[in-house]
Structure formats: structure tokens, C-alpha cells
Ligand binder design. Structure first.
Ligand code: FRU
Length: 477
């Protein structure tokens, strides 16, 4: 079905000129964007569908919006592919995934329904496509099994051998978050095998009241379960956002339908990262995109809502495992967006904040190599809203953000034994910091009235750096 993009947009004006709109990150033309959905490489094109409210900058309804790319760095905004207008999805075409089968793209999503009594109903639905550009709804293929509340959503489907598998994010009737596991031989009849992970399972204590957006895949011989649990309490430098997204490394036993796993690790240590989804890229690599946002109070403070839009995606990242840790690197294709390069092979940093020639800009990539280790504290400031610091005596790496229109500084931290390099993507109102080749990542949105696009450095002790900066091309079409 094709939705006329004009229809949802009649009462909104597209505002490409918004001064906070990123230039190489996917953002919605109007309205609200949240989770990436149906991320797939299909017939020579990447598709990132996404949760979209085209009418308002809130979560009151959800369509599936759509971006395509031939190369992972230039993204085209396409016509919306799913609208919430059927009995099984009329309160929202919620998140889901896509697979390829016999030359067709097949999407699975959650039909969210609020009935006349105001109660929630949930249907896992299928929609198919020959070319990936429009989806034909086939209706529900899975109804809510016993034991779960209607917070049962976000189907992720994959194939192993000749069998299809699905996991769904759930809440049990005891209000514990879990991942339910299903199998099918034909994609339409699904057998429920119960939960494979969740609160009080596999050695976990209580671990949240709902698990959203699960994803399961194998990487370098290990199985990874990514999930977004809700209801974790902050613990030191962990779990400081309203909701978390992270992963368990383990082993999926398809015969016993069990998943044994280790501890939960957050994927991103910044302020804005949720509901990631992965797929396999054209080169066989495991790729990830995530919503660079959070469904929290702070949404109301985004100045972009004055221009009728809010939120965006992270840049695509490539996953790998090293020493039982998931590393995330920007996909190599991002280097195609680099234009004018400025390089300082060796600069000495002093105690006063200092700007280096040509190292500034509001849509840039930087690579910073730490050349000397004889320093206590390294600081970097981006405009007047962001400060990045590493204290080599406490091993604390921190990202401090000035809350928009306030004097409040918020901080996210992690422990890092050593800082050797930073790969930083700044895009108008977004920052993504890849530390030590992707060992840790911090992602955040930030807003400032100040048009200053300087990047300043300071340190305590002796520090020299190699700094390379590229201006980045606009890549959203
Ligand atoms: C995660 C989520 C999903 C749901 C979708 C609705 O952000 O809450 O669980 O399907 O967003 O937009």
C-alpha cells in the first residue's frame, strides 16, 4: 500500500532549513522519528524504515517512514510504507524487522490497538513487498500467547537452516521483562517455545518490567542478544538514562530453545541511544543503527519541535567482538562523506582552552590520536554545550552536556583504562564519540543558541595530539 506523503504533511511545513537539522544523519522531514525498523540490504539497496508520527512531535500514532541508500552514507527519504488504518494496527504500526524470502521483502511489525475500553491489544503482523518501496499488509500472523500482558511487541525474524525464528519483546503477567521465542517453517504459522531470556532467568535478578526491541544474531561464533530493557535502576555510571539498550553474549541452543548468557552491557554510554537494530550488510558485516533519542521528559526541550520535527538516527555502525566485548565502529563508507581535510601532526595542549587552525565546524568528523601519555586530564569542548574529558588518574571518561536553555550540566561517564584515540562525528546538533576503535561509544543530541562551532582543547600535565578533521558532505536527499 502506498500512502500519499502529502496527506500526513498537509498541516505541517517541511523545514529542511532548521538550524539544528543534522546534515548527514537521517531525520524525519516533519513529525517524530523513533526506532529504526526493518533494517535490511535488499536487491542492492539498504532500507531503514522507522517509527514515524507524521502529524505531531509526540508518540500519539506511528506510521512506518522509509529511507533508502545504495551505499550506507547517502540517504533518500521515501514515501511512507505502513499507515495505522486497519483493525489490527489502528493505534500504531509499531516496530519490527524485515527479511528476504524468495525475492520478496517480508516485514513483521506490531499492530498496536487501543480498544473501546481503552485497553491495549497487540497483533504481530506481516507485510510483503517485491521491491521494498511499498508494503502489502497481510494482517496478523501471531496472536498474544498466554502469560504475557499486551506489552508484547517488536518481532525480529531470522532464518537458520531451513527454519525461521522470531523473538518478541514482552512483559509477563508478573510484570517482568522477557524475550519470547518462536519458530516457523512457513513464516505464517508460529510455534511458541516460551521465553529465552529475561528477569529472573539465566542467573539474572529482576531486570526490568518490559524488554523492548530484541535482536539476536551470531557474530564470530558467539550469539548476541540485543535488547532494550525498561525499569532498571541507575547503578553508579550504569543505566543513567530513562531506558537502556545493551547486549548479552551467549550461546543460543536451537534444539533446547535456551539461551545461556553472561552479563548485560550497555551499547552506548551517552544520553541518546535506544532501540538499536542490526542487519547484515552487502559485505557480510553486521551493521547497527539506533534511534539517537530517548522517550523521556527531555523530548519537550528539543527546540526543533518549534519547526515541527524531532529526533534522528545514529550513523550506521559495524559490530565486531573483541575479548568478549562488542565494539562499534562507524561503517567504512562514512569516509566517502569526507571533504576538506585539515591535519595537525603534533600539537601541544596547554592548561588554557585553545583552538587549532581549521579544527572547527558544525558538520565534521575528527580523528584524535593521543601521542603522549604524560597528562592527568584531557578536555575537549564543542561549542558551549558539550565537554568531553578523560582523567587518567581516576580512569573516568565523561561527556558533559549543558541542558538547553538552562544552567544545568548533565554527565555520563564510563571507566576506561587507557585513552588512545577518539573518532568523533559532530553534525550540527549531534555528537557520536567512538573511543579506542569502538571500545566505548557516547552518543548525544545537544542544542545551543550559540552559533559558535569551535572545538577547543585543554589539559593538565603534558599532552600532545595528532588531530585530523574533515568537513562532511550533506547526504540526506
Ligand atoms: C521502542 C518502542 C517499541 C514500540 C515503538 C513504538 O522505542 O516503544 O517497543 O514498538 O517504540 O513507537
Amino acid at each position: 500500500m502506498n500512502i500519499d506523503l502529502e496527506k500526513p504533511m498537509t498541516h505541517l511545513t517541511e523545514n529542511k532549513e532548521d538550524r539544528y537539522r543534522p546534515k548527514y544523519h537521517m531525520t524525519p522531514p516533519v513529525g517524530l522519528l523513533n526506532d529504526p525498523n526493518g533494517f535490511i540490504y535488499f536487491k542492492g539497496k539498504y532500507h531503514v524504515f522507522y517509527q514515524w508520527n507524521p502529524f505531531k512531535t509526540d508518540h500519539s500514532t506511528k506510521y512506518w517512514g522509509h529511507f533508502t541508500s545504495g551505499n550506507l552514507y547517502e540517504w533518500h527519504h521515501e514515501t511512507s510504507v505502513l499507515a495505522p488504518e486497519d483493525w489490527f494496527d489502528h493505534s500504531g504500526c509499531y516496530s519490527g524487522s524485515a527479511i528476504e524470502n524468495k525475492g520478496n521483502l517480508i516485514a513483521f511489525y506490531t499492530g498496536n490497538v487501543k480498544n473501546e475500553k481503552g485497553e491495549r491489544e497487540t497483533y504481530q503482523c506481516m507485510a510483503t513487498s517485491k521491491d521494498g518501496m511499498s508494503l502489502d499488509k497481510k494482517g496478523p500472523i501471531l496472536h498474544l500467547p498466554d502469560n504475557y500482558t499486551a506489552h508484547f511487541r517488536d518481532p525480529k525474524v531470522w532464518k537458520k537452516g531451513s527454519t525461521w525464528y522470531m523473538i518478541v519483546g514482552t512483559q509477563t503477567k508478573e510484570e517482568e521483562g522477557m524475550v519470547a521465542f518462536f519458530s516457523s517453517e512457513n513464516l505464517t504459522d508460529w510455534e511458541h517455545h516460551g521465553p529465552i531470556a529475561g528477569s529472573y532467568m539465566n542467573g539474572l535478578d529482576y531486570f526490568g518490567y518490559m524488554w523492548e526491541c530484541p535482536d539476536l544474531f551470531s557474530l564470530s561464533g558467539q550469539d548476541i542478544l540485543i535488547v532494550s530493557p525498561q525499569g532498571l535502576e541507575a547503578k553508579g555510571d550504569k543505566y543513567n538514562n530513562l531506558f537502556q539498550s545493551g547486549y548479552f553474549i551467549g550461546e543460543m541452543n536451537y534444539e533446547d530453545q535456551t539461551f545461556s548468557h553472561g552479563t548485560f552491557t550497555e551499547l552506548d554510554r551517552g544520553f541518546d541511544f535506544y532501540a538499536p537494530q542490526t542487519t547484515i550488510g552487502s559485505n557480510g558485516k553486521r551493521l547497527l543503527v539506533a534511534w539517537m533519542g530517548m522517550p523521556d521528559e527531555d523530548e519537550k526541550n528539543h527546540p526543533t519541535i518549534d519547526n515541527c520535527w524531532i529526533h534522528g538516527m545514529t550513523i550506521p555502525r559495524e559490530l565486531s567482538i573483541m575479548e568478549d566485548k562488542l565494539y562499534q565502529k562507524p561503517v567504512e563508507e562514512m569516509t566517502c562523506l569526507r571533504t576538506k581535510e585539515v591535519r595537525h601532526n603534533k600539537v601541544s595542549i596547554s592548561t588554557d582552552f585553545h583552538e587549532f587552525d581549521g579544527i572547527s565546524g558544525n558538520s565534521i568528523e575528527m580523528v584524535i590520536d593521543i601521542l603522549s601519555k604524560d597528562y592527568e586530564v584531557f578536555n575537549m569542548r564543542v561549542s558551549d554545550a558539550i565537554q568531553v574529558s578523560y582523567d587518567s588518574s581516576t580512569n573516568i571518561f565523561s561527556l558533559t552536556r549543558r541542558k538547553y536553555h538552562s544552567e544545568i550540566d548533565e554527565v555520563r561517564e564510563c571507566i576506561l583504562e587507557d585513552l588512545s584515540s577518539l573518532n568523533i562525528f559532530i553534525d550540527v546538533s549531534t555528537i557520536e564519540i567512538f573511543i579506542n576503535g569502538g571500545q566505548e561509544v557516547f552518543s548525544a543530541r545537544y542544542f545551543t543558541d550559540n552559533k559558535d562551532s569551535s572545538v577547543l582543547f585543554s589539559c593538565e600535565g603534558e599532552l600532545s595530539l595528532k588531530i585530523t578533521k574533515w568537513d562532511m558532505k550533506n547526504s540526506i536527499i
